[in-house]
Ligand binder design. Structure first.
Ligand code: ZN
Length: 427
């Protein structure tokens, strides 16, 4: 991936009006400059912006240029479910019936098949203008039975533990696929301990599981040595409070903060998980997370489909950010998050990012449209996510370019992305 940052130069007041500018030939004047009719420069489109890139100079007519977009939440392997599960012979489906199909897929995949799926997804993202991905990676183990043997060893000292460590072999495959596709990745290595509230992992879930935060961080240390250059960074994730007890969330949050890593977690995508959490802990997942953590800086809550507006407000006040995935949430019949209250208090969408999640369709432009349209349908009015100047596009593009990484990463993914986008589109 080219690393040279783009240099842009907006047309200043002295630049001749667009109509008077001499026509440029289709063949480039310089091999290192591209110029589209319109280029997004952060708060609006501007004409006459020239980008200096490493190669592939060209003049883009009747086109507008955007920075590289970011899918802040993805499970690349779930692309294999695309088109499946869209027939409902047994009656209406749900997230939970879709999850069974996902488990079936995870049960049957081998390492090479998993890597091929990741590569196909990442290449499709590149073709769709996505140049950085936050891969929320919970599917770790190539071997199907080692988790059980490892657990037994931990419990009883029976043979099989040290000789059959959890392999985490799929982690390196994600990184390899991202490098091959030329996409910048924040690998959000995901902690997954329980199959439900206080339930051991079962079936395919055993290929996701880590037995303790200590084992998880050991793997994070190993992964730090597997990164292929500056286009690959690490973040942490806790799958959900279904998949980890709150004390493990607290331990992983503390260590993530100590290491300066971002932390992501699925929160309140489904009403049933909220009901189960209320029954088990007497609190909703967002309330439980807030009660378990000293703050929410560096924590991104993914979905928040059924989060009470006052809980989301408290979470944002505590420093958290939110990632929504409108196409997946629609595809799975999740519901629509209520963004109106937190949004009314902050007219810039700098606390919101967008993910392609199940990758049933990969289009950040469509995600952006549905982010606003979903809020229109919910609020029965238009222009919900407009900024102070009344523009919706600026806010949506801000959300679609938000980095999934740490605050140190913020901004650099968009810059690296736009460089890669404009100079490497054919790869
Ligand atoms: Zn997800």
């Amino acid at each position: 991936m080219p690393s040279q940052p783009p240099q842009h130069q907006a047309a200043g007041p002295d630049a001749p009006p667009r109509a008077e500018r001499p026509e440029r030939p289709e063949s480039p004047e310089s091999p290192e400059i591209i110029e589209a009719d319109w280029t997004w420069i952060g708060d609006g489109f501007a004409p006459g912006v020239q980008l200096r890139v490493a190669s592939d100079a060209r003049r883009l007519r009747r086109q507008a240029l955007l920075p590289g977009l970011v899918s802040a939440h993805s499970h690349a392997f779930q692309r294999a479910l695309r088109g499946l599960g869209e027939r409902f012979p047994a009656g209406a489906g749900s997230f939970w019936s879709w999850r069974e199909a996902m488990y079936e897929l995870a049960e049957g995949l081998d390492g090479a098949g998993f890597e091929r799926l990741c590569l196909r997804t990442f290449r499709e993202m590149r073709a769709a203008g996505i140049t950085a991905v936050g891969e929320f990676h919970y599917f770790h183990h190539e071997s199907r039975d080692r988790h059980e043997r490892h657990e037994r060893h931990e419990r009883t000292g029976a043979p099989g533990g040290p000789g059959a460590p959890l392999d985490y072999a799929l982690d390196a495959r994600v990184l390899r696929a991202a490098a091959a596709a030329g996409i910048r990745i924040v690998l959000l290595e995901t902690y997954y301990r329980t199959g439900g509230f206080d339930q051991p992992p079962a079936g395919a879930q055993r290929r996701f599981a880590s037995p303790s935060p200590a084992v998880f961080w050991e793997q994070m240390d190993r992964l730090a040595g597997c990164l292929a250059g500056p286009a690959q960074t690490l973040g942490a994730a806790v799958h959900s409070l279904r998949a980890a007890p709150p004390e493990d969330l607290a331990a992983i949050y503390e260590e993530s903060r100590r290491r300066g890593l971002t932390l992501h977690m699925h929160v309140e995508e489904q009403r049933l998980e909220i009901a189960d959490c209320l029954a088990y802990y007497g609190r909703r997942p967002m309330q439980l997370a807030l009660a378990s953590l000293p703050a929410a800086d560096g924590l991104t809550a993914v979905h928040c489909t059924h989060t009470a507006p006052e809980d989301m407000e408290r979470f944002l006040e505590a420093g958290g950010t939110v990632c929504v995935c409108p196409l997946t949430e629609a595809n799975l019949g999740d519901g629509l998050p209520d963004l109106a209250l937190p949004y009314r208090r902050r007219d810039r969408l700098n606390w919101l990012s967008i993910g392609t999640d199940s990758n049933a369709r990969i289009s950040l432009l469509e995600e952006m449209r549905w982010l606003e349209y979903g809020q229109r349908l919910r609020g029965e009015s238009r222009g919900i996510l407009r900024d102070g100047g009344g523009a919706v596009a600026a806010n949506l593009l801000r959300a679609a370019g938000a980095s999934p990484g740490s605050s140190a990463d913020r901004g650099s993914s968009a810059i690296a992305g736009s460089t890669a986008r404009v100079s490497g589109g054919g790869r």
